[in-house]
Design a protein. Structure first.
Length: 149
């Protein structure tokens, strides 16, 4: 791996980390800025199916964050990044996701366990989400095959 490849992978890690921070902090405008204009969120039938384009992504994220209480009442803990650079402007990543409730009085803090399956595009020198999918593992299992390039 070259130093340039390592730096690209680190930039993609920062993108996924920023996603979690913005979502958990209920910063919807900042969250939506992490996506390409033609992005698609594939979150399954329990979460409204595919959200196509930034307007739909913004509308849906705003709706879901509004129902989740206070900022950082839910935390997305992401681990085990597997990032593969496809070419100079395309990359693929998979991450473990642990969603946890941090509010007092919650007996069972885990909400979801799953795997993010992402496609990233580099736009004007910045990595952005082009496609993101959650393969849910628990409490309800909804898993697709990993993307192949």
């Amino acid at each position: 791996m070259t130093l340039e490849e390592l730096l690209e992978k680190e930039a993609i890690k920062e993108l996924r980390i920023n996603y979690s921070y913005c979502y958990d902090g209920m910063m919807v405008d900042e969250l939506v800025d992490l996506f390409t204009d033609d992005a698609i969120c594939e979150f399954g039938p329990d979460f409204g199916g595919d959200w196509v384009g930034k307007e739909a992504i913004k509308t849906n994220f705003a709706m879901f964050t509004a129902t989740e209480g206070v900022p950082f009442g839910i935390l997305h803990a992401i681990t085990n990044p597997m990032i593969r650079l496809i070419d100079d402007t395309t990359a693929h990543g998979r991450w473990y996701m642990h969603d946890l409730i941090t509010m007092e009085g919650v007996e069972h803090p885990p909400i979801f366990y799953g795997i993010y399956d992402d496609v990233y595009k580099k736009v004007s020198g910045e990595w952005k989400f082009y496609r993101t999918r959650i393969d849910f593992l628990w409490p309800k299992r909804q898993v697709s095959s990993p993307r192949v390039f």
